[in-house]
Design a binder for this molecule. Structure first.
Ligand SMILES: [Ca+2]
Length: 352
């Protein structure tokens, strides 16, 4: 691995934790996506109270040496502004087999058909590690600081036994998060064995979960993320959390290793269908002068890039969600593409 601190800085990685040893390059983009229908995926979705939202994580190799396939990653998905208060609350859709098992368990413990809107969890064949009932996949709900979490409501997906927030006692190495791994070709016992599509290195969907939003109506923004401090595969020499990719299929563990960069996604609840713009934060209303009692004109040209825009400004992410994002790339997921209609109207209503 090259020691390229500049790349790490550009990617926004916290370098303070890595005091010694060669630092790894960023080699993986972890991209969160949301969907109203399990078909159309985006970084942002607008949904109404009571709606169901699909969420998935995709990984793409961004390193230099071409890999054969994704090997291993451990993370803890989080959702901010989780409604955990009152009679109406958000709920996490059940994982396949209650979050127990893996690729080859009986019953099976992974998503075998990603197009099935009722299967949630690790996607086959990335459930190499079989979870027992005590370390099964579990949606931990944190409310007003419970378990050492930041204020507000949070969902955190990890193994059931790890009840503390990221970085608190029992949850410092990241090792008890969601294990995603596939075997190499030489000893693959997965349910969806190679060759063919398993060995892609771009936009590989690895994990999926579903949210039934509460019926409460106040507008809110839920941020889907996976904080850097919760990644596993911690390099004991550098302290960095790494993602492994297979260099060849004779390896026992993936030797192409680097750090992840995370692109969060957003779920807007109760927002109006007003047209939105990606540039609302950077342009101002053009000064105007009054020519007569009824005629006004602009006194300066509008910026060339400013869209014709009417509607309600979308609030920026809260400081809490930014803090929780660690070194995640913030902001990119905060706005709908200009002029694009929200997808909420096609959201299916699944049985609860
Ligand atoms: Ca509520």
């Amino acid at each position: 691995m090259r020691t390229t601190g500049a790349i790490a800085v550009r990617a926004g990685l916290a370098l303070g934790a890595a005091a010694a040893g060669a630092r790894a390059d960023v080699n993986t983009l972890v991209e969160w996506q949301v969907s109203p229908d399990n078909v159309h995926w985006s970084s942002t979705v607008t949904a109404q109270p009571g709606a169901f939202v699909f969420v998935r994580a995709r990984v793409s190799y961004t390193g230099t040496t071409p890999p054969l396939a994704f090997a291993s990653m451990v993370f803890q998905p989080t959702v901010s502004n989780w409604d955990a208060v009152g009679a109406n609350v958000d709920s996490l859709a059940p994982f396949v087999n209650g979050g127990v098992g893996g690729n080859t368990s009986t019953p099976i413990g992974v998503v075998t058909d990603p197009t099935d809107p009722t299967q949630f969890g690790r996607l086959s064949p990335f459930g190499r590690m079989a979870f027992s009932s005590t370390n099964r996949l579990f949606g931990h709900v944190h409310s007003d600081g419970s378990g050492g979490a930041p204020q507000g409501g949070w969902l955190r997906i990890a193994q059931a036994r790890v009840t503390g927030w990221i970085g608190t006692t029992g949850n410092t190495t990241g090792g008890s998060g969601v294990h995603l791994a596939q075997l190499s070709n030489g000893d693959c016992h997965c349910t969806n064995p190679p060759p063919a599509t398993n060995y892609q290195s771009q936009n590989v969907a690895v994990f999926k979960f579903g949210i039934r939003l509460s019926d409460d109506s106040p507008s809110r923004l839920l941020r889907v993320d996976s904080p850097m401090a919760a990644f596993g595969n911690r390099n004991t020499a550098t302290g960095e959390r790494e993602v492994y990719w297979w260099a060849n299929f004779n390896e026992s563990m993936g030797s192409l290793r680097g750090t992840p960069q995370v692109l969060p996604a957003s779920i807007r609840v109760g927002q109006s269908a007003a047209r939105t713009s990606t540039t609302t934060a950077t342009w101002a209303i053009t000064p105007i002068s009054r020519l007569s009692s009824t005629v006004w004109r602009e006194t300066a040209a509008r910026p060339a890039t400013a869209p014709t825009w009417t509607g309600t400004a979308i609030p920026a992410p809260t400081p809490t969600s930014r803090r929780s994002s660690g070194s995640s790339r913030a902001g990119a997921a905060d706005a709908l593409p200009s002029g694009r209609a929200p997808l909420a109207s096609s959201a299916p209503m699944m049985a609860r």
